[in-house]
Design a protein around this ligand. Structure first.
Ligand code: URA
Length: 230
């Protein structure tokens, strides 16, 4: 693993912060100054300012994201982030993103390979959204959404869509484009009023109230790994 990833995994700094530490000459790998492209092998000893840094345990967190939080590790404007909500000493970062006003299931982890695959379109992880919309979409709208709608970045893939109420739809997608659900519903003339992610890769919020989080169980992590072929 690259040195900056190792330091980030160890909870020392973000990857960018780790690059700064490396550039300032404070990091050694087996006694030699670490470089930005240094690769850390299984038996290498990494030190920052002379203190040994160990690999930290992997963490997998499920957050019920509340409205008004930003899905990023740090917001330059100082707005509350999803990372601020999650306690514990070991840093985790979000897998993919939800818009500021979208609520619901969000995973955070320091498990790089798993996060990469979960977020990669190739693995088509299933995401279920519940959208309250303006107006009352008819059957034609439901079937148009299910078949795919034309967006500026191309047509959306087929999805499962059903009505949960006159102005409430459930959409099950395997894609994860930026603001996809909002753009799809805008394209069919029923802009989103409220959006919640009800499930991600089979995981729902359970009893977590908005803003609450929990560690995944070992079985849940195993199931996620299996899902993406790890
Ligand atoms: N689609 C959106 O439009 N927003 C989200 O937050 C997630 C999916």
């Amino acid at each position: 693993m690259r040195l900056n990833a190792y330091l980030a995994r160890a909870g020392v700094a973000s990857r960018r912060g780790a690059d700064e530490l490396i550039k300032s000459g404070r990091v050694t790998v087996d006694g030699k100054p670490g470089e930005l492209n240094t690769f850390v092998g299984a038996t290498d000893v990494v030190r920052v300012d002379g203190r040994e840094v160990g690999k930290q345990a992997l963490r997998h967190v499920l957050l019920n994201k509340p409205r008004g939080t930003i899905t990023t590790a740090r917001d330059p404007k100082g707005r509350p982030t999803v990372v601020d909500l999650v306690g514990g000493d070991v840093r985790v970062v979000p897998v993919g993103r939800l818009d500021r006003d979208t609520t619901g299931v969000l995973l955070l982890t320091n498990d790089g390979p798993l996060a990469h695959r979960l977020a990669h379109p190739r693995y088509g992880v299933e995401k279920t959204y519940v959208a309250d919309v303006t107006g009352e979409p008819g059957d034609d709208v439901v079937s148009a959404l299910a078949q795919g709608v034309e967006l500026e970045d191309g047509r959306t893939a087929p999805a499962r869509v059903r009505r949960l109420g006159p102005s409430r739809l459930e959409l099950v997608l395997h894609e994860g484009r930026n603001r996809q659900v909002r753009r799809m519903l805008e394209a069919v003339g029923h802009p989103v009023v409220r959006l919640r992610r009800a499930r991600y890769a089979g995981l729902g919020p359970g009893r977590l109230r908005p803003g609450a989080w929990r560690e995944l169980t070992r079985d849940e992590v195993r199931a996620l790994r299996r899902l993406v072929g790890l």
